[in-house]
Design a binder for this molecule. Structure first.
Ligand SMILES: [Zn+2]
Length: 411
């Protein structure tokens, strides 16, 4: 029988170079799969699986290395804190080469194969060529709102190689979020900032992430500082006042901002890009040609913010909390991610710049279904000359800066 054990290269290097002869760590096992991940220090990423004690040893000579089972057995008999060891990893230097092996105490029939989780330089070799990883690694993104939009976008940007994140959301994960959020039932109750931080670190353990579980409307100096220090702002909040606040800070600090949202029941959605000197969120609001309606997915929040008036009965309010399908939100998230990568990779050589003609609009609209606000949109593949917007295809719009916009006219 063979088990597979993953070790983290940077931790092992630290241990091997230290003066310690042994160190107690922890291994997490996926029961029934014979797969373990072992750590010498508490991992940045919340681990999964069942925890077992794991002993790391440095053998002084080859004989000790080969007799480590005896050494571990004696230790388990003598020291009560070692009695429940589930894994032992042994290292030995031989002619400048680091030997390594691992075993499960009291299970001599089991072989353990060791694999390393590599350090930074080796992690992204697969995406090299498409995205110049080194360039995005230095970029910084601020994401405000970590629901089904912001959380997904954050993880996609981490996969693309973005190296620095500031995450803002004061909410915790609740049961009604699960169907559309990246997190599962095992993370119920956690702060969304921490859930998304862990998800990013799961893709890129070397990302720099700051988390801010605050309501931006109650800590404006903080959000202003975060906006001023970032390359790109992604506004994925579900309240109008917070979007207006982000809009004015984006303009003030001459940043680029992306505003993504889904409308009622995710029948469609849109993405607005605010660029220095260009039209802003407030310019759009004055000339918006369809609903300003927000998607309501959280009954308590909708009550608190007055989106559902206090006199609405519980039954009617329930009907107003209309949850769209995750798959209907996915196109909006994907467009935000494409625009974000385009913005972040400006000045670098990477293939995504060949989309510069398509990704040249201020406002992008998407309809999932021909109903309600999109009832007049043309059917898919049934739109000669593409004169009208079509469902299931992006529709890009350029619009002028509004000369009487109170937010951006002075910039
Ligand atoms: Zn404006």
């Amino acid at each position: 029988m063979e088990s597979l054990l993953y070790l983290y290269q940077y931790q092992i290097q630290k241990f091997v170079n230290s003066s310690a002869g042994s160190q107690l760590g922890v291994a997490y096992e996926w029961k029934g799969e014979d797969v373990y991940h072992a750590y010498l220090e508490y991992p940045q990423i919340a681990p999964s699986g069942y925890a077992v004690a794991c002993l790391f040893l440095k053998a002084a000579c080859k004989a000790d290395y080969e007799n480590a089972e005896c050494f571990a057995g004696n230790l388990m008999n003598q020291d009560a804190s070692m009695a429940r060891l589930g894994m032992v990893v042994v290292f030995c230097m031989e002619n400048g080469r680091l030997l390594k092996r691992a075993f499960v105490p009291n299970d001599s029939a089991r072989c353990v194969r060791i694999e390393y989780v590599p350090d930074k330089s080796n992690l992204y070799t697969r995406s090299k060529g498409l995205i110049e990883v080194g360039a995005l690694e230095k970029r910084h993104v601020l994401i405000v709102g970590l629901g089904s939009g912001g959380a997904t976008i954050a993880v996609e940007l981490a996969k693309a190689g973005v190296g620095n994140f500031a995450l803002v959301d004061f909410d915790r994960l609740e049961l009604h979020n699960i169907a559309r959020h990246i997190a599962g039932v095992n993370e119920l109750g956690r702060l969304k900032t921490n859930i998304v931080r862990d998800a990013i670190l799961g893709k890129n353990p070397y990302a720099n992430i700051s988390t801010h579980p605050v309501d931006i409307m109650k800590d404006i100096p903080l959000i202003e500082q975060l906006v001023s220090g970032t390359d790109l702002v992604i506004a994925a909040t579900d309240s109008l006042p917070s979007r207006y606040l982000l809009n004015s800070l984006i303009i003030k600090h001459k940043k680029t901002g992306l505003f993504g949202r889904a409308v009622t029941r995710a029948e469609g959605g849109d993405v607005l890009r605010v660029r220095p000197g260009g039209p802003c969120y407030a310019c759009l609001k004055g000339s918006q040609w369809y609903t300003q309606e927000e998607e309501i997915t959280d009954l308590r929040r909708a009550r608190e913010t007055g989106v559902i008036p206090a006199y609405t009965s519980e039954e009617d309010a329930d009907a107003m909390v209309q949850v769209g399908l995750s798959t209907d939100i996915a196109p909006i998230n994907t467009m935000v991610v494409k625009l974000a990568i385009q913005e972040l990779s400006r000045g670098t050589e990477c293939l995504i710049t060949t989309l510069d003609k398509e990704l040249d609009y201020d406002f992008y609209m998407w309809a999932n279904r021909r109903e309600l606000h999109f009832a007049n949109w043309a059917p898919f593949n049934h739109n000669p000359g593409r004169k009208k917007p079509t469902i299931l295809q992006w529709y890009g719009v350029k619009f002028p800066k509004s000369c009487d916009c109170h937010e951006c006219r002075n910039y």
